[in-house]
Each structure stands twice: as structure tokens, then as C-alpha cells.
Design a protein around this ligand. Structure first.
Ligand code: S3P
Length: 438
């Protein structure tokens, strides 16, 4: 990857109406379920970011015909549950934990062996959390010191009842996808609420899924029927625009067509606790997912004790919360967020280090941080190729008193292609140097 840098200069004359790219979680799932279905699935609003494109390439390598039209609509010719073919080489999932973990669940049910690999970040993330339950179902998985490269030798699977030790939609989804192949009832118990896109989409593809609080179950073997999926805008991307709207000293920022699945909206609750003036307007549905227009107005943000139970519902938005806490009045205390250490980077360590580099008092805790709001100075921060760290500091730059330089930002293209030009239209003073990307 060529080095890319963003300079975020001060300026809070922000405002405007925009749309963010499609939801990453939903786009991955639409590709995978479309591949396993009988018939042709169409996906509109698909996120053509690098993460989802890695999943698309992996499915092609497994023998699935997928076409991306000029208008962005993706057509997947499903091969049915047993139509995948062994790939010629390792499947490179790039930077994507979702791609790797969910696909491992699918590959566990195949009668061939696959190797999953990825970039340096992905190769350092824990894979035993999915390997353990998939082994218990009958697949053979070999990790590399607990991480990828991961060899998956699929087999005849048996349904299990599994209690996830961590609140993780990826683990739950890997087990459910393997459960499609298993004889019997696959049951997953979760220690906390996690995003339920897999369950919703499986139902849309004709697979009955039973959900009660904390438990999800399905009966295998199952058959999937192709569908037309409409992907809403990604709330995790919209969050950066929401943050900018709150920091604005000019006008509101309005974001249309954003997914507001209740398992994802912790960020709205946390921001409101901080005093953010946010409206959810015109709620409606796009297929099996709720959507709305979000409006964020200039707000006076206060430090808060973030309720730990909201953290899993805002797990991908926590870097932004760290950044906004630095611009709020008083202390923000974040706890129960230890999963942040296992994302694309150790997000607690990187955010705290970056805030300190900008003159903000921030103290790291094993499962969170304490951040004392103030006026960030200019300076240089390292995003370590983590897209969400880069975007969080890009928003924070608006309220610093001198330019903030963010290093290694090209991976913004994994989740939010077009971030820089879009946020420029809302007034953020961003300048990119180096290779194109976000
Ligand atoms: C995701 C689940 C979350 C989230 C990730 C996407 C998904 O990870 O952080 O960005 O699409 O299932 P965990 O399941 O590891 O919490």
C-alpha cells in the first residue's frame, strides 16, 4: 500500500445534505447468502469498498458468477448450498474480519479445503473465536498462532448449541452459516446484543430463524431462495457526518437513507447523552432493515460516563466517540470496550496516543479510557492503516486550533470510499496527499 496522508484543518463552518455509501455488514452478507441461494440475487446500494470487494473476489474464486453493473447493482448467480468449488489458491480477505470470519462458517460446510488469509492487520486478529465452534461442529480448522492464515477443511457438520464467550456478530454469524449445512438445530447464545443482519437476511432468503433475547436458532440443512437486497447507507459511516454536524458552528448536517437497525444505534444514544442535537426523521424500511434520515445540529457536547451496555451497540463508532470526547466539556469515561483492542488496530491504544499527541489529556484503561475534553492542538497522529481511526481524527481536526496530520489513511477505502470529497462538501477542510483512497 502506498502511504496516504490526510491533513485536517480547523474550521467549523459545516453543514449540508448527503448520502453515505452502503452498509458494509449487509453488503458482505448479501454476497454470501446470494452465492448460497438457488437463483439470481440482485444487490442495490452495495458498498463497493475494498472489504466487500475482497469477499466478492473470494466468492468468484469459489466458482460463483458475480457481475457488478455500471450503476453499481450487483448480480449474484447463486450456486445453491452445495455448488461452491475449491479455489485455486488462498482466499485473500484483505483487511476484513467480517469477510474472513463469516466465510469460514460457509467453508466449514464444504467437502474441500480452503485457506483464508489477509493483510497484516487481519493476520494479527483472533480467529480461534470462530475456529472453536466450527471444530465442535465437525470441521477441521488450523490457525496460525490463533490467527490467519486459517486452513478450513470442511466436512459433514453436526448442529451444536454454542454459548459465545464474547458478544460478536461475526462469531454468531459464522456458526449460523455453518448451521445451514448441519443436520439438526444450531443454537447460539450471546452474552450481549450484537447486530442481527444475518438473522434478518436469512429470513428474507427463506430460512426460518428463531430469535429470543440472547439466543438465535435455525434448523439445518436449509435451502436459500434468491432475493433482491436493497442495502441502506451505513450508520457506521454516517456517524462521522453526524459527529461533524454536532461540531458544526454553522448549520445542520442531514444524512439521508441511513440504516437504523436497533442493534447498531448505540452511537445515537451515546451522542444524545453527550448533549448532541440529533433527530431521526422519516423512518421507513428498506427490505428487512429500518432506515431514516438523520439530522445532526450544532451541539454543545458534554463529557459523560458511557454506559458499558451501549458499547457493543456502538462498537465501530467508538473511535468517533473518543474524538468527540476530546472536543466536549469535561471528562468522558469509557469502559467495557476491551473488544476495541481486537479490531483493525488496538483502537483504545491508538486513539489515546493520538489524542495525547494533540494535547488532550487521555488515559488508557484496560477496557477503555478517560478523556478530558479541551481544544486539541494541531499535530501528527498515526492511524496505523485503521480506517475508522483515520476518519475519527479527520472529524476532530475541524475543532483543533491548528492542522492535524493523519498518517496512513488509505484504508478509508475499505469502508467509506469517497469519504474525503463527501465530507469536503459538508465543509470539512481535508487535504489528501499520497495515493488515492478514501
Ligand atoms: C461486524 C461485527 C462487528 C463489527 C464489524 C462488523 C459484522 O465485529 O465490529 O465491523 O458485520 O458482523 P464483532 O462481531 O467482532 O464484534
Amino acid at each position: 500500500m502506498t502511504e496516504q496522508t490526510i491533513q485536517a484543518s480547523p474550521g467549523r463552518k459545516l453543514g449540508g445534505t448527503l448520502r453515505v455509501p452502503g452498509d458494509k455488514s449487509i453488503s458482505h452478507r448479501a454476497l454470501m447468502l446470494g452465492a448460497l441461494a438457488e437463483g439470481r440475487t440482485t444487490i442495490s446500494g452495495f458498498l463497493a469498498g475494498e472489504d466487500c470487494l475482497a469477499t466478492l473476489a473470494a466468492l468468484r474464486a469459489l466458482g460463483v458468477d458475480i457481475v457488478v453493473a455500471a450503476d453499481g447493482v450487483v448480480t449474484v448467480d447463486g450456486v445453491g448450498l452445495h455448488g461452491l468449488q475449491a479455489s485455486a489458491g488462498p482466499l485473500d480477505m484483505g483487511n476484513s474480519g467480517t469477510g474472513m470470519r463469516l466465510l469460514a462458517g460457509v467453508l466449514a460446510g464444504q467437502d474441500f479445503t480452503s485457506v483464508l488469509t489477509g493483510d497484516a492487520s487481519l493476520r494479527s486478529r483472533p480467529m480461534e473465536r470462530i475456529a472453536m465452534p466450527l471444530r465442535a461442529m465437525g470441521a477441521e480448522l488450523q490457525s496460525t498462532d490463533g490467527c490467519a492464515p486459517l486452513t478450513v477443511r470442511g466436512g459433514q457438520l453436526t448442529a451444536i448449541e454454542y454459548t459465545c464467550p464474547v458478544a460478536s456478530a461475526q462469531v454468531k454469524s459464522a456458526v449460523l452459516l455453518a448451521g445451514l449445512y448441519a443436520h439438526g438445530r444450531t443454537v447460539v447464545h450471546e452474552p450481549g446484543v450484537t447486530r442481527d443482519h444475518t438473522e434478518r437476511m436469512l429470513r428474507t432468503f427463506g430460512v426460518p430463524v428463531d430469535s429470543t433475547p440472547g439466543t438465535v436458532a435455525l434448523q439445518g440443512p436449509a435451502q436459500l431462495t434468491a432475493s433482491a437486497v436493497q442495502v441502506p447507507g451505513d450508520l457506521s459511516s454516517a456517524a462521522f457526518a453526524l459527529g461533524a454536524g454536532c461540531l458544526s458552528q454553522h448549520d445542520a448536517i442531514v444524512i439521508e437513507n441511513v440504516g437504523i437497525n436497533p442493534t447498531r444505534t448505540g452511537v445515537l444514544d451515546i451522542l444524545r447523552l453527550m448533549g448532541a442535537d440529533i433527530d431521526v426523521r422519516e423512518p421507513s424500511s428498506l427490505g428487512d432493515e429500518p432506515v431514516a434520515t438523520l439530522v445532526a445540529r450544532p451541539s454543545r457536547l458534554q463529557g459523560v460516563v458511557v454506559p458499558p451496555e451501549l458499547v457493543p451497540l456502538a462498537i465501530d463508532e467508538m473511535p468517533l466517540i473518543f474524538a468527540l470526547a476530546a472536543c466536549a466539556e469535561g471528562d468522558t469515561v469509557i469502559s467495557g470496550a476491551d473488544e476495541l483492542r481486537h479490531k483493525e488496530s488496538d483502537r483504545i491504544a491508538l486513539m489515546v496516543r493520538g489524542l495525547q499527541a494533540l494535547g488532550i489529556a487521555a488515559a488508557e484503561r484496560p477496557d477503555g479510557a478517560v478523556i478530558t475534553g479541551g481544544t486539541p492542538t494541531g499535530g501528527t497522529v498515526e492511524s496505523a492503516d485503521d480506517h475508522r481511526i483515520a476518519m475519527a481524527f479527520a472529524v476532530l481536526g475541524s475543532c483543533a486550533n491548528a492542522p492535524v496530520t493523519i498518517l496512513n489513511t488509505a484504508n478509508i477505502a475499505t469502508s467509506f470510499p469517497g469519504f474525503v470529497p463527501l465530507m469536503q462538501t459538508a465543509g470539512l477542510q481535508l487535504q489528501t496527499t499520497g495515493a488515492a483512497g478514501g
